[in-house]
Design a protein around this ligand. Sequence first.
Ligand code: SF4
Ligand code: SF4
Length: 357
Amino acid sequence: MAHEMRTPIESGCPDGFQYMHPVMRKNYGQWAYHEDPQPGVLLHVSHNGDKIWTVRAGTQRILDLFTLRKLCDIGDTYGEGYIHFTIRSNIEYQVADEAKVQPLIKALTDAGFVVGGTRNSVAMLSHTQGWLHCDIPGTDASGVVKSMMDELIDEFKGWNMPNRVHMTTSCCQINCGGQGDIAINVQHTKPPKINHDLVSNVCERPSVVARCPVAAIRPALVNGKPSLEVDEKKCICCGACYPPCPPMQINDAEHSKLSIWVGGNHSNARGKPTFQKLVASGIPNNPPRWPEATAVVKKILKTYKEDAKDWERINDWIERIGWPRFFEKTGLPFTKYHIDNWRGARASLNASTHIRF
Ligand code: SF4
Ligand code: SF4
């Protein structure tokens, strides 16, 4: 007997069109041009003459209910009831009436939100989950973002940079986040410490062994119990073994540091993708304000602002002046830790563009 097919359960994200401002929906794909009337405001003009203004304000990525309600109330009272969030945690309000733009900005500013983040500003730092709801972070991404954006507020509000600056944070060394003009990433500097009493109860050893990108983990018997051992000469301290096996503790108050990478950029219509390069390592992971990491970021931004030509992104600027000049101009020390002399990649990492099955 033929079985009746089960209907699929739709659990993906809902169709975004239903939430769009009607003017955006009507003119989808029909925009003639856009302008930037002032920091934090965009104007889009359609081929048929329709206009829509967008007001952008920064928010924390992880919003509490009360703040979210406040933001929505502002949208209902001063906007036209339509909002959306950008991937960098900015909230955007759309209005089709120019007269609503300034009262909306005032309402946001009076409520303590900062309007900006458009064109050649430092956009809101994007960040990963951090301590709030991930199980492997070595630092708190939200805290780093808050401390840095407090110091960069004028760069968010103004158009002071040669081009836009996107920054990211990543709270472990292996997973989400960490790609931008400037990226602040966790850097583990010591191999994991293994709690052998727990390994056999908690970890599926073959999957932990398989997880290591450089084949540094082996099954071992320790004190008569099945456990794991790490070849510390091979270990690159990436932390990839920690999520499947928490007894391989890699987070450490002293040895988990922050590193800063610059020059990452996605490809676009004009340029190829560029990879980030490490420019500062071993920065103390120092909550609650992370002053050392913030100082390095500010130093890079100041030099970029003074030295880059208009429209150069950070990677364009460094490509023009060269990496040695980058270190000279920023005053960041170039140390042995900046040299990638790890040769295991040739044998163990998938370094070619061929797809293998
Ligand atoms: S970057 Fe790592 S620690 Fe942070 S949220 Fe993503 S997986 Fe978790
Ligand atoms: S930290 Fe990374 S390299 Fe070192 S043992 Fe764990 S998975 Fe392997």
